[in-house]
Write a new protein. Structure first.
Length: 220
C-alpha cells in the first residue's frame, strides 16, 4: 500500500519527496522513509531522470535533519512529561533511571543502529534527547548511521532495481519474523534481568529522580 502511494510522489516531486518523507519519519512521524529512498533509487536507475548521488545525499540530509528535530524535541519536552505522567504508563522512576543507564552505556549503538531498525528509526533520536545524550556524540553517530544507511539502501535500489523490490518483499517478511523473535527474546531478557539492571541504574544514579542537567560543553 505504501509503495503504490509513494510511487507517484517520487515520479512527480523526486528529490523533494525523498528528503521530506525521510526527514519527517526521522523526526518521529511514522512514514515509510526507507521505502521512499529505495523507490527513488530504483527510479533513478530505471529512467536516469534522477541523479542517484543526489538521492543518497538528500536522504542522508533528511535523516540527519529529522533526527535532530526529534532529538531537541525529546530534550525539551520528553523528560518533563515522563516525570509528570510516566507512572500512568508504568514508567516508574526506577525504569526511567534504567533508560538513562542504558543510554549512558550503550547510547552510541542505539543511535547508530537505530537508523536500520524501523521502530527505532522513528524513536531513537527522541529517546536520545529524553535521556540527555550529548548532542556532539549524537550528531556524530547519527550522521554516520544516516550516511551509511542512505548509501546501502540507495545503491541497493539503484543497482538491482525491480529485483531489489522483489527481494525486499520476502526479505521483509523474514526480517519481520526475526525482529519479532528478537523482540520476544529481548522482552524475556529484560523481564528476567530487569531487577538486576534497575539495581545497577539506581546505584549509578542515587537519590530522587529529577530532570538531568544539560551537558555543559558544546561538544558534550
Amino acid at each position: 500500500m505504501f509503495v503504490e502511494t509513494i510511487k507517484p510522489l517520487i515520479a512527480q516531486h523526486g528529490y523533494l519527496a525523498v528528503f521530506c518523507i525521510v526527514a519527517l519519519e526521522s523526526a518521529g512521524i511514522p512514514l515509510p522513509g526507507e521505502t521512499a529512498l529505495v523507490l527513488a533509487a530504483m527510479f533513478a536507475g530505471a529512467t536516469g531522470l534522477l541523479d542517484i548521488k543526489l538521492v543518497i545525499a538528500l536522504a542522508a540530509a533528511g535523516a540527519v535533519l529529522g533526527d535532530n528535530v526529534g532529538f531537541w524535541a525529546g530534550r525539551r519536552f520528553g523528560l518533563p512529561l515522563l516525570l509528570r505522567h510516566g507512572r500512568k504508563l508504568g514508567l516508574t522512576d526506577e525504569r526511567i533511571k534504567l533508560g538513562q543507564y542504558l543510554f549512558d552505556n550503550h547510547g552510541a549503538k542505539i543511535v547508530f543502529f537505530g537508523r536500520f531498525i524501523a521502530l527505532l528509526r522513528i524513536l531513537a533520536a527522541f529517546l536520545a534527547g529524553v535521556n540527555r545524550y550529548g548532542w556532539g556524540l549524537f550528531l556524530f553517530y547519527n550522521a554516520s548511521g544516516g550516511v551509511v544507511w542512505a548509501i546501502l539502501f540507495g545503491l541497493g535500489g539503484y543497482a538491482f532495481g525491480d529485483a531489489f523490490e522483489r527481494v525486499a518483499g520476502p526479505l521483509g517478511k523474514i526480517v519481520l519474523g526475526l525482529v519479532a523473535l528478537g523482540v520476544g527474546v529481548g522482552w524475556w531478557l529484560i523481564h528476567t534481568q530487569e531487577k538486576k539492571l534497575i539495581e545497577r541504574a539506581v546505584a549509578a544514579y542515587p537519590g530522587p529522580l529529577r530532570e538531568r542537567p544539560l551537558p555543559e560543553s558544546a561538544g558534550e
